[in-house]
Design a protein around this ligand. Structure first.
Ligand SMILES: [Zn+2]
Length: 324
């Protein structure tokens, strides 16, 4: 049986704080999307180029609420870039932007609420609707899936998604404390399941070589950990592996220069997937099928070897040296 692999990227822009947003935004956009100094060498264009070189299709969860402050043209650039490269644009929401919009988006928007789960059901319905409209107006009219910022969904989110006719979600993350706080113990955070009428594809988490939980994230897991995870997932009865990354993960945080360790890791991982089609099928999230629903009572996680984790730990030390 082949393991289905979903390469997912959360695409978002941060301005290094909430003061002087208007002054900081143009430079932040350049840095987060292109990677300022080395334009086209470490941001979203590099992600798209490496995926396409290995003929892999990916899912990009794009955060649109920033454009309620800075205008659609920036969101349009992101959406065009992804769609023109042949990948899927889906919805990502960081409600931190709600109180920064140039016009009020919802009635109660005077204080900053970081997580979607801090909003009422009707506010969540409204924020999802507004976000879908922004994406649609920026050229992404075929959005079918969702991931919450910081994975911070709650039970109401699934009703709100269903209300907005979004029937696929990839927000549950067993390792993230803000994910599904009111759903722990009642829902499967490891394997696909149905909540309301939404098909839920959880973020993949594994046990590293020292027993710690770790997300299957390009910037956080080593190449050997990622490839061992794919080989061993079936032993934990996991057939769907969701890999996470971001538009800015191949650059050094806050500096806009390439992170050569992570870039090499992602390059090798793409190559591995390209050559592993007999054992791994790379799919986009909207291609996931409800038939892949697992058994809610089985909560074992895939485990990787100690050597793989040790190598990643050494890589991290090397990265810190490079960043100096
Ligand atoms: Zn995010």
């Amino acid at each position: 049986m082949r393991t289905n692999v979903y390469l997912t990227f959360d695409v978002e822009i941060w301005c290094g704080g909430w003061n002087s947003l208007d002054a900081n935004f143009p430079r932040s956009f350049e840095r987060y999307i292109y990677g300022s100094k080395y334009r086209d060498c470490c941001g979203l264009p590099l992600v798209l180029r490496l995926l396409n070189e290995s003929k892999l299709r990916a899912t990009f969860f794009v955060e649109p609420l920033f454009s309620a402050r800075f205008g659609l043209k920036y969101l349009n650039i992101i959406v065009d870039m992804i769609l023109n490269a042949g990948h899927d644009v889906e919805l990502h929401i960081h409600p931190e932007w709600v109180d920064e919009a140039s016009r009020p988006l919802i009635e109660n928007c005077t204080t900053k609420r970081q997580h979607l789960s801090e909003y009422t059901y009707s506010e969540q319905c409204e924020l999802i609707r507004i976000s879908l409209d922004l994406l649609k107006n920026a050229g992404a009219s075929n959005v079918t899936a969702f991931r919450a910022g910081s994975f911070a969904v709650n039970r109401d989110t699934y009703r709100a998604l269903s209300f907005n006719r979004i029937f696929i979600d990839s927000s549950l993350n067993i390792e993230h404390p803000d994910s599904g706080k009111d759903m722990r113990g009642c829902y499967d955070f490891v394997r696909p399941s149905m909540i309301e009428d939404v098909f839920v594809l959880p973020m993949t988490v594994f046990k590293d070589g020292y027993g710690s939980l770790r997300p299957a994230q390009i910037g956080a897991a080593g190449y050997l950990e990622l490839t061992q995870l794919l080989k061993r997932a079936q032993f934990a009865n996991i057939s769907e592996v969701v890999i996470l990354s971001h538009n800015f993960e191949m650059m050094v945080q806050g500096r806009g220069i390439p992170d050569l360790v992570v870039e090499r890791r992602f390059r090798r991982f793409c190559h591995y997937l390209e050559l592993s089609q007999e054992s791994c099928a790379v799919r986009t999230v909207r291609e996931a099928r409800a038939a892949e629903i697992g058994h809610p009572d089985e909560n074992s996680l895939p485990e990787v070897g100690r050597m793989a984790t040790t190598i990643r730990t050494l890589e991290q030390a090397f990265r810190r040296l490079l960043e100096r």
